[in-house]
Write a protein that binds this ligand. Structure first.
Ligand SMILES: NC(=O)c1ccc[n+]([C@@H]2O[C@H](COP(=O)([O-])OP(=O)(O)OC[C@H]3O[C@@H](n4cnc5c(N)ncnc54)[C@H](OP(=O)(O)O)[C@@H]3O)[C@@H](O)[C@H]2O)c1
Length: 206
């Protein structure tokens, strides 16, 4: 499988690429800037390319740009992406004096990205912090994935199962992305309050 990580030069994209490479997955790091992509990729033994080139040859695309850039990046790459499945990992957060807040938008970023794209959009991996994902070992956490296309979801769940030592769990339809994205605000608040690196594992699933 060949995975393009759009915006893969950031901490999350790099951490994801480390785990994917370790699992034997072919990775292309995408960036707006070709040289930035190749420099980041060289350190991982991966390939680097502009975002647009990276998505053209991929079986799966991870939209790992800064959350504020997710929708316009999806719009810009629409033609190049075509029918290839896209995994959205972004959460829009608002940092206030009172704490970190989830987005006030009714629809998730992933659902809004779906409106910009022709192929299926999935959402997942939001609860995996870059620092945990890119550590020595796969994080002892579960990974959550939601989406409406069964084949694309199966592909992403299979991939997600290689990223964590916990389980890759099917969290339902794409509309569940509202909860997954909002959960990121909860995790960041926990980390601030308890000076921790919180991760998630679900109990009661065999
Ligand atoms: N960090 C975490 O722990 C974590 C955990 C789970 C999910 N996520 C999600 O994963 C995504 C990436 O997180 P991150 O911390 O790696 O983010 P980041 O460093 O803020 O951004 C990642 C990349 O996005 C690209 N980018 C920035 N502004 C852009 C713009 N205006 N237009 C197009 N591309 C732009 C940059 O790549 P180039 O300049 O090279 O193009 C940058 O390296 C986010 O959506 C975040 O919500 C993060």
């Amino acid at each position: 499988m060949r995975v393009a990580v759009v915006g893969g030069t950031g901490p999350f994209g790099i951490a994801l690429a480390i785990r994917l490479r370790e699992a034997g997955v072919e990775v292309v790091i995408g960036s707006r800037d070709h040289d930035r992509a190749t420099a980041a990729a060289a350190e991982l033994g991966a390939e680097g390319a502009t975002n647009e080139t990276s998505v053209r040859s991929a079986d799966l695309i991870v939209l790992a740009v800064n959350a504020d850039a997710a929708l316009h990046t999806a719009r810009e790459l629409r033609k190049a992406i075509g029918a290839t499945p896209v995994l959205s990992v972004a959460s829009e957060l608002r940092f206030t004096k009172g704490g970190v807040l989830p987005s006030p938008e009714a629809a998730s970023l992933a659902e809004r990205a779906q409106e910009e794209l022709d192929g299926p959009v999935l959402a997942g991996l939001h609860s995996l912090a870059a620092a945990s994902l890119g550590g020595e070992e796969p994080p002892d956490e579960d990974a959550f994935v939601c989406g409406d296309d069964p084949d694309a979801k199966a592909l992403v769940l299979e991939l997600a199962s290689r990223l964590v030592s916990g389980r890759a769990l099917d969290a339902g339809p794409l509309a569940s992305a509202r909860a997954l994205e909002g959960l990121t605000a909860v995790i960041v608040n926990l980390n601030k309050r308890y000076r921790s690196h919180a991760g998630l594992r679900v109990t009661g699933i065999g």
